[in-house]
Structure formats: structure tokens, C-alpha cells
Ligand binder design. Structure first.
Ligand code: NAP
Length: 292
């Protein structure tokens, strides 16, 4: 199959490496010629170009550029692709863009490979990134927009377009899931976006210790527990900002639930409710195994 990839960074590069190795003819498009040259050098693509029109022979095109660019990229691709071409994206947030992209291109299928690294760019691309990890497909069905408003547009993602993207996602070695864009954004708020905010606030609270000697001592004593719980809050600021901006409603909703949970723990401590604290910790110990 002729597969196009727009955006030859970490995710675009990894998709290219896998699909090219599986025998597909991979056409890459990057913003900069230097990225095209690197993608060719690491064999992530068969052809690379800075022109979207070079993707005209493709049956499917993966848009792997930053979230803010996806809808405009789809509308630019709409000028150069044949109407039967399936366009899919890999953005980490779906509600903000899947309906808008589908309005631009009826053969659009929202997707999110839930694999990543803390480093970006084609130089970080490698085989095996998607193996055994989730790949969420987020079709739209009906007139209701993600915020519950009826916008009059009856949008329904085509089943055969979904099947094509699912087939390629399986070839990446991923485990497939299907849900609405809204369900996706709510779920990832719990397991990805809320943890970043909680972890960032843990670090902010720790450095707010007013006694310099104690704060310095804490910094020196910090070990595996702090390393684990502060990891995502001490990561790339751009990533956390992207989550806040593009999944604002769900991040807020999960943070408010978290705030209630913290308030309960504070009440239990103030009341010396040791049984309450113990039963909470027993319940969380058991529940964690359902996630990891
Ligand atoms: P990346 O490594 O920084 O790659 C981004 C690519 O997009 C680069 O090739 C870059 O081109 C191109 N690009 C950047 N700005 C552009 C613009 N304004 N117009 C056109 N092209 C532009 O990023 P990534 O981590 O692969 O992320 C790409 C997408 O994957 C995002 O939508 C993200 O939400 C999603 N995603 C990321 C992860 C992750 O962990 N990183 C996981 C799942 C999904 P140049 O090289 O020419 O600058």
C-alpha cells in the first residue's frame, strides 16, 4: 500500500520505520529538507519531500504534526489528495479536532497511538515503539459535537476507512481500542493529564517548604519514591501546556475530583480517622492493579 506521513518527527518516523519494514511504500513530507534527508537516511521513508502534493498517490495519510496544526494540515491535504484517500492523525487529544477534521475531509479517522518518549524528532525514532501498546481509534457518529451542542452537521466516520487505519495500527503491533473523541479525552485526563498536574503540584509544594534547612535536607534525602511520583511533573513543559490547552475541560474536571479526594484525606487526618485512611489505602492498592 502507498502510505503517506506528514510530519517526520518521533511518531511519524516510528510509523514510517514499521510500515516500510512491513513492505509498504512510504511517502514522507516534512517542513524542512533536513528532516526529509534524516528520514531517508534512517530508512523511515522510501521518498521524502517538502510538498504535500507529493502524497497524491497515497491510499492513506498519517498526519503526525503538532496538535495545533492538524485541522489546517487536513484542509491543505484536501486540495491535493484523491477523495478516496483516508486521512488519519495521531494527536494526543481528540475532541478539539476530530469533528473539524472530518468536516474538512469525510474520509478522516481520528487516532492516537498511546506510545511515546520524552525526546522528540526523527533522530529519536526507532522500531518497536508501538509494540503491545494501545492505539485508540476515535470515530464520530451523529450530529452532536463533543461539548454536547448540536451543530447540525451529521458526521459519521466511514467503516471501511476505520478498518484501513485499524489494519495499519495492528501492523504496528498495537492493541486496538475504539471510543468517541469525548470518551478518549476524559479517559486520558485520568491516566495521563491529571498525573502530570498532580506531579507538578507535588514538586511545587515540596519546594515551597519555608525552612531552608528542611527543604535542603528533603532535596538531599529524595530517592525512588520522589523520583517515581515527580517524573511526569518534571517533564517537558510544552507537553503539560498542550494537555491543559487542548483538553482543558477534562483536565479541570479530573482536578476538581482530585481536589475533593485530597479534602477527604485532610479531614481524615484532622479527625485521626486511622480506619478511614487505612481502608482508603487498601482500596487504592487493589484498584491500582486494574490500571498497571
Ligand atoms: P516531533 O517529534 O516534534 O515531530 C513533529 C513533526 O511535525 C516534525 O517533523 C516537524 O517538522 C513537524 N512540524 C512541527 N511544526 C509544524 C508545523 N507548524 N507545520 C508542519 N509541520 C510541523 O513531535 P511528536 O512527538 O512526533 O508529535 C507529533 C504528534 O504526535 C503530535 O500531534 C502529538 O500529540 C502526537 N503524539 C505524540 C506522542 C509523544 O509521546 N511524543 C505520543 C502520541 C502522540 P520539522 O522536523 O521539519 O521541524
Amino acid at each position: 500500500m502507498n502510505v503517506g506521513i506528514v510530519g517526520l518527527g518521533l511518531i511519524g518516523g516510528c510509523i514510517g520505520l514499521e510500515l516500510k519494514a512491513n513492505g509498504h511504500e512510504v511517502y514522507g513530507v516534512a517542513r524542512r529538507q533536513q528532516t526529509c534527508d534524516q528520514a531517508l537516511a534512517v530508512q523511515a521513508v522510501d521518498k521524502a519531500n517538502t510538498e504535500l502534493a507529493s502524497l497524491a498517490p497515497c491510499e492513506v495519510v498519517f498526519v503526525c504534526t503538532p496538535i495545533a496544526t492538524i485541522v489546517s494540515m487536513v484542509s491543505q491535504l484536501a486540495q491535493v489528495l484523491s477523495p478516496t484517500t483516508v486521512i488519519t492523525d495521531v494527536a494526543s487529544v481528540k475532541g478539539a479536532l476530530v469533528r473539524a477534521a472530518t468536516q474538512q475531509w469525510p474520509n478522516f479517522v481520528g487516532g492516537h497511538p498511546m506510545s511515546g518518549k520524552s525526546v522528540a524528532g526523527i533522530e529519536a525514532a526507532e522500531r518497536g515503539l508501538f509494540l503491545g501498546n494501545s492505539y485508540v481509534i476515535t470515530p464520530v457518529d451523529g450530529a452532536e459535537s463533543e461539548d454536547g451542542e448540536r451543530d447540525g452537521a451529521e458526521l459519521k466516520t466511514d467503516e471501511s476507512a476505520i478498518a484501513l487505519v485499524e489494519q495499519l495500527a495492528k501492523e504496528l503491533g498495537s492493541v486496538l481500542y475504539r471510543c468517541t473523541p469525548a470518551e478518549h479525552d476524559r479517559a486520558v485526563a485520568w491516566i495521563s493529564h491529571l498525573p502530570v498536574m498532580v506531579s507538578a503540584n507535588l514538586i511545587r509544594s515540596a519546594v515551597s517548604e519555608p525552612d531552608d534547612t528542611v527543604r535542603q535536607l528533603a532535596e538531599n534525602l529524595a530517592s525512588s519514591g520522589f523520583r517515581d511520583t515527580s517524573r511526569v511533573g518534571g517533564g517537558t513543559p510544552e507537553l503539560g501546556l498542550m494537555m491543559a490547552q487542548y483538553n482543558r475541560a477534562e483536565v479541570l474536571r479530573s482536578l476538581k475530583r482530585y481536589q475533593q479526594s485530597i479534602a477527604t484525606t485532610i479531614e481524615q487526618l484532622e479527625a485521626k480517622d486511622w480506619a478511614g485512611i487505612e481502608s482508603t489505602l487498601e482500596a487504592t492498592k487493589a484498584a491500582r492493579t486494574r490500571f498497571v
